[in-house]
Design a protein around this ligand. Structure first.
Ligand code: IPD
Ligand code: CA
Length: 256
């Protein structure tokens, strides 16, 4: 596979960052910014810097688009790492051990690899373009559930004003149709759980590219689907519907 070496570097960086997050999990963390529905930690920035340093040591010419820092828009030919140093920062801050490190590589606008590492479970989800999606090196695939009545569905409660309310309205609409609804608090892990067949679908009306770039290629390689509708001019934020490729998710949402 063309990007196997880059995947190894991404996994090394994700595991190194994850080890720091695991070691520091029980600390009281410095808050850089507290918003109505979100928290930014000093550690978010420190973790991205650590990841960037590892990636740059191997690939000094690649650009970065990260939750905490991004290079000025490079030309499309320059490969770009898409990094979320802590996906699930609110969970992390509140001592809930559900969060991950997410790293993707985009080349000519196409994601060519994804690595999502959950340090608390020591679970690493990976894929390289054209290859098999894996969890700790073993192939994974989506569930075979095709009836909403059998499904466990995730709804995201977004960070931005209004997106939470939309999530609640969807919750009300769909909760009667499925076996269970969950809100995990990490978009990247949620998508990887669908890729691994643990759960079946996920909807959130406003997330950012770095939340799902790595997990998307893992999910799609595992047989799942993800529809992204940008809602900002820069294309970096939008709504996501992801599922195992078998559920009648649009009909259930009455979206078509
Ligand atoms: C958040 C998580 C959460 C989702 C939010 C994201 P962060 O990312 O993925 O599950 O509901 O929309 O912003 O802020 O923890 O990196
Ligand atoms: Ca995130």
């Amino acid at each position: 596979m063309g990007y196997t070496q880059q995947l190894q570097v991404a996994e090394f960086a994700a595991r190194k960052a994850g080890a720091v997050l695991r070691a520091r999990f029980h600390e009281v963390h410095a808050v850089d910014e507290a918003l109505a529905h979100d928290i930014k930690l000093r550690l978010d920035k420190e973790t991205q810097a650590l990841i960037e340093a590892e990636l740059a040591a191997a690939y000094p010419d690649y650009a970065v688009l990260g939750e905490e820092r991004a290079d000025a828009t490079a030309d499309a030919a320059t490969p770009r790492w898409v990094i979320d140093p802590i996906d699930g920062t609110v969970n992390y801050f509140y001592g809930i051990p559900i969060f991950c490190v997410s790293i993707a590589l985009s080349v000519q606008g196409q994601t060519v690899l994804g690595c999502v590492y959950d340090p608390m479970q020591d679970e690493c989800f990976t894929v390289v373009q054209g290859g098999a999606p894996c969890l700790n090196g073993k192939p994974i695939c989506v569930s075979s559930r095709s009836r909403m009545a059998d499904a466990v569905l995730f709804i995201g409660h977004g960070t931005h004003d209004g997106s939470g309310a939309t999530g609640i309205a969807r919750f009300a609409h769909i909760s009667a149709q499925v076996r269970k609804i969950r809100i995990l608090g990490s978009a990247a892990l949620t998508l990887c759980y669908i890729a691994a067949g643990r759960f079946d679908a996920y909807i959130e009306n406003r997330i950012n590219l770095w939340d799902f770039a790595a997990a998307r290629i893992i999910l799609e390689a595992a047989g799942g689907c993800l529809e992204y509708t940008p809602t900002t001019a820069d294309g970096l934020s939008g709504s996501v519907i992801a599922w195992n490729g078998k559920l009648p998710i649009h009909a259930a949402l009455q979206l078509s």
